[in-house]
Design a protein around this ligand. Structure first.
Ligand code: 3PG
Length: 209
């Protein structure tokens, strides 16, 4: 279970960093660097072999950060992420079995949608908070801005192609709760252990919203 609801996820930070760690020793420092820059949330993607251990490490050692799991693409990964200590789950899509598994964990979650019909399918389950992915490739802010008249209850965290430059065009929309992106944690900065750069990139997002 979690002390957060799915809609609470929109209030943690205007920007949710989407983080890929290649080695376990990157996990705690990158989470601390983001928190130092004023971003107290991490979506740790399940894309590398160390990802579940990275979630465990951040949950244990960086309590000031709300650690979640991203790229949750199967029911098994939803369960494993919850067991590792993730406090929220994010998926790039939303099949019926994945939705059921994410709900089963008791954690808040953002299922991925990219079309009106996909958003409707999630709304039919009684869930209003979702990810919009891949945002820029799926119509971007123009697409999302077209939805409130037909889907007034849906709220989105767009990710995919979002940058410091285009984030404001999303954050200005009434149906956008936050945006997500990997630009705060560039792979070369993590590989070099350049935590000051990550902190500076995080701090630059403080001006958003
Ligand atoms: C995600 O999982 O949300 C995306 O990989 C983030 O996309 P970006 O790398 O374009 O920010």
């Amino acid at each position: 279970m979690s002390d957060l609801t799915s809609t609470d996820l929109f209030d943690l930070s205007p920007v949710v960093p989407v983080v890929v760690v290649d080695t376990l020793d990157q996990a705690v420092p990158v989470a601390r660097a983001l928190a130092d820059g004023g971003v107290p949330v991490v979506e740790l993607t399940l894309r590398t072999s160390v990802a579940l251990d990275a979630i465990r490490a951040i949950a244990a050692e960086v309590p000031e950060v709300v650690i979640g799991a991203g790229t949750v693409t199967s029911p098994a990964l939803a369960k494993q992420a919850a067991e590792a200590g993730a406090r929220f789950l994010v998926s790039p899509g939303a099949t019926p079995s994945l939705l059921a598994a994410m709900r089963e964990t008791g954690l808040p979650f953002l299922p991925g949608t990219a079309t009106v019909s996909e958003a409707l399918a999630v709304l039919e389950t009684g869930h209003t908070a979702m990810k919009f992915f891949p945002a820029e490739a799926s119509g971007g802010a123009k697409f999302l801005g077209s939805l409130p008249s037909v889907l007034p209850d849906a709220r989105f965290c767009p990710t995919g192609g979002i940058t410091l430059a285009n984030a404001p065009s999303y954050l200005g929309l009434a149906n956008v709760g936050c945006v997500g992106g990997s630009w705060l944690t560039p792979a070369d900065a993590l590989a070099a252990g350049d935590w000051d750069r990550v902190t500076a990139l995080a701090a630059a997002t403080a001006a958003l919203r």
